[in-house]
Design a protein around this ligand. Structure first.
Ligand SMILES: NC(=O)C1=CN([C@@H]2O[C@H](COP(=O)(O)OP(=O)(O)OC[C@H]3O[C@@H](n4cnc5c(N)ncnc54)[C@H](OP(=O)(O)O)[C@@H]3O)[C@@H](O)[C@H]2O)C=CC1
Ligand SMILES: N[C@@H](CC(=O)OP(=O)(O)O)C(=O)O
Length: 340
């Protein structure tokens, strides 16, 4: 089997380290791995398949000889460095927001639009994590009844803001446990422990944040639904890992709860956990503590939207998924597998 030279840009971060683990877990045919990060990390090592790999400082020349580059750095670094990877002949799967809405760049969730990979011109984007977690279970329901409107509230984990976000919440939890003053927030706009922050990203003129508009804009592109109507509220919650979302869907056609349940139970990437009679809360509905460090989107609390005047056209549910895995690294490695 052919083997590939794979680079990870941002290899030391929350997503980059998970990508390295996913390449190993998914048995991606890696011949050579290159780990790229800032000058701060150059010379340090990370383990891959039992061997220590030395991290290099990211620079255009580092992409020479690479077949696939997985991007796990922020927008500015992605824009600055990834075009050089394409020029060097590599195919890029990027996790940042930098190229997602570029009409020349496919935006892919393999369970939904794997075929879009076929028209890439060097870069394929991985969608926003909250968008992936909402759309994986929305898609099988869309195929039954045609989704036209989504009303979503997200409950996003601290690690969505990367390694610094996770470290900040851990430090705040530790200080609270010791009865000490909570350290000043840096990664977030306010103290997160014992709090909720209803702002992720900057506000637009309508008062929506950039994170909230991603579900509409990226959702339309991924599902090929240019008219999809979305109203989203994104909230940062004091959970370390795994995003949760409340999703209400309005459909073009009637859909029964039984049809919805059947569609979700057989859908790729989805695990239906919806048993009101179960003895343990862990089996009754999805919770982020159960969905961390695994790849499925768990769906539960499935019910009719009783506020919808056309009662047969509204379904509401709750879902949780690990945003560092399926919301980022796992999805990117799945895309890379489509390429080989
Ligand atoms: N965290 C999440 O849940 C998700 C994140 N994403 C996206 O993935 C990307 C990575 O996020 P995340 O892993 O959370 O972020 P982190 O802050 O945890 O990691 C950032 C990475 O970028 C590297 N980096 C920083 N400066 C430079 C530089 N000048 N040159 C090269 N590399 C540099 C860092 O290296 P060093 O350690 O040397 O500083 C580190 O490896 C972002 O675009 C983010 O929006 C997407 C979906 C989910
Ligand atoms: N913004 C998301 C994570 C993320 O990095 O998203 P994006 O890749 O769209 O910037 C969160 O904080 O939970």
């Amino acid at each position: 089997m052919k083997e590939y030279t794979v680079a990870i840009l941002g290899a030391t971060g929350a997503v980059g380290t998970q990508m390295l683990a996913c390449l190993e877990e998914q048995e991606f045919p890696v011949g050579k791995i290159k780990l790229l990060a800032s000058a701060r990390s150059a010379g340090k090592t990370l383990s891959f398949r039992g061997e220590e790999v030395v991290i290099e400082e990211a620079a255009p020349a580092a992409f020479e000889g690479c077949d696939i580059v997985l991007g796990a750095a922020d927008d500015a670094i992605a824009k600055q460095l990834l075009p050089a990877a394409v020029e060097a002949g590599a195919t890029v799967v990027d996790n940042s927001h930098a190229f997602r809405m570029d009409p020349e760049v496919p935006l892919v969730i393999p369970e939904i639009n794997a075929d879009d990979v076929s028209w890439h011109k060097g870069i394929i984007s991985n969608p926003n994590c909250a968008t992936i977690i909402a759309l994986v279970p929305t898609w099988p329901l869309h195929k039954v009844a045609g989704v036209k409107r989504m009303i979503v509230s997200t409950y996003q984990a601290a690690s969505g803001a990367g390694a610094p976000g996770m470290a900040e919440l851990e430090a705040q939890i530790a200080a609270m446990g010791r009865g000490e003053a909570i350290p000043e927030p840096k990664a977030f706009a306010a103290q997160l422990v014992s709090n909720l922050i209803p702002q992720i990203g900057g506000f637009d003129d309508e008062g929506y944040t950039s994170e909230e508009m991603k579900l509409q804009n990226e959702g339309r592109k991924i599902m090929h639904l240019p008219e999809l109507a979305v109203c989203c509220t994104c909230v940062r919650v004091p959970v370390l890992r795994s995003h949760s979302e409340s999703v209400t869907l309005e459909f073009e056609r009637d859909i029964t709860l039984e049809e919805a349940r059947e569609a979700l139970a057989g859908a790729p990437g989805v695990k239906l956990v919806d048993d009101r009679g179960a003895e343990s809360a862990h089996d009754r509905f999805p919770m982020p503590i159960d969905t961390s460090d695994q790849d499925l989107i768990w769906v539960g609390r499935l019910r009719r939207d009783i506020s919808n005047p056309e009662a047969a056209r509204g379904i509401t549910f709750w879902c949780c998924g690990d945003q560092i895995r399926k919301g980022a690294a796992t999805n990117a490695v799945q895309i890379a597998k489509l390429l080989v």
